[in-house]
Design a protein around this ligand. Structure first.
Ligand code: DO4
Ligand code: MG
Length: 300
């Protein structure tokens, strides 16, 4: 069972995609309202939706025809870093220009009890499926980072899973780790969606294939694949540190780190179409543009 948000004639609705592909409009307006209503009635979110389906309005359009939004209007998006060996290698490469002669702080954080966690995005900087992500004007080495996202309630309980893109500037981070916020946060540097897969409906989130494909002028220029079974940490470990002396807001998304890095010579260009697919959750598609090109290059 998957949840999505969409806009229709100026209004925003919550929808459910059930196994047979049918779409239903739900009466709640966001996923946290849905989860809270389910809890109050003593049901899981899935059970609550199933019991509401006989009265729910079927959506007459197909999912492709809907104007999908981010599946949750996440007040904050946090991200974990260096949680996969592949990310550790890539961070070491950009920080040392390929001279891997000594232990770096990336090696240390990979093995340390405390994970790397950073603030990635706010609601107004985060875009959804088929929308435009922005490239930074002062970077010449930019990549998407395909990541499994955890959708959390205010207590850090995982209510669902989504697909995330942690857009990153490898040159800015590689120049100096203190530049991390600039390498990670700018206008439209984060994308999530199109769906939230309800937690209780996903058997094993530690065994999902993740793919990242990038298309340029109709040609596939990147095609990488990995699996969440390569994740070094457990979700509860990441959430434990995120909650420590912190306040969580309902609907926060925590990206769990990337296991996919395009070849080192690759950088995104304006007009590139980025496709991130996580098995059982969905495929998130975005086009990369510079800020001054916003609304000129659309996905379709
Ligand atoms: O250390 C910087 C961040 C790395 C990251 O975003 C990732 O591993 O996904
Ligand atoms: Mg990342």
């Amino acid at each position: 069972m998957k949840i999505f948000r969409y806009r229709d004639q100026g209004n925003i609705y919550l929808g459910a995609l059930v196994e047979q592909g049918q779409l239903y409009q739900l009466k709640e307006s966001n996923v946290m309202e849905l989860v809270n209503a389910a809890r109050q009635s003593g049901k899981t979110a899935e059970g609550y939706i199933r019991s509401a389906l006989p009265q729910a309005t079927p959506i007459s359009k197909s999912i492709e025809e809907l104007h999908l939004l981010t599946p949750v209007d996440a007040p904050e998006v946090w991200a974990a870093g260096v949680t996969y060996q592949r990310s550790r290698e890539a961070r070491n490469y950009e920080a040392t220009e390929g001279r891997l002669d000594s232990t770096t702080f990336y090696d240390k954080v990979y093995d340390a009890p405390r994970p790397e966690l950073f603030m990635k995005s706010t609601s107004s900087r985060t875009v959804g499926h088929n929308d435009q992500v922005c490239l930074r004007s002062d970077s010449t080495w930019q990549v998407p980072e395909a990541e499994l996202g955890l959708v959390l309630d205010e207590n850090g309980v995982i209510v669902g899973y989504t697909v995330g893109n942690d857009m990153s500037c490898r040159d800015i981070e590689g120049e100096n780790p203190l530049y991390l916020p600039q390498a990670k946060i700018w206008k439209r540097s984060c994308s999530i969606g199109p769906f939230i897969r309800l937690a209780e409906t996903l058997d094993d989130p530690y065994s999902l294939s993740i793919a990242c494909r990038i298309y340029r002028d109709g040609e596939k220029v990147v095609d990488e694949q990995a699996n969440t079974n390569q994740l070094k940490r457990k979700f509860n470990e990441l959430i434990h540190y995120l909650k420590k002396d912190n306040e969580l807001f309902a609907g926060t998304v925590l990206l769990t780190g990337t296991c996919l890095v395009p070849p080192n010579q690759f950088t995104l260009e304006s007009g590139d179409i980025i496709e991130i697919e996580i098995e059982e959750i969905g495929t998130l598609v975005n086009v990369a543009v510079y800020e001054h090109e916003l609304d000129t290059k659309l996905v379709n």
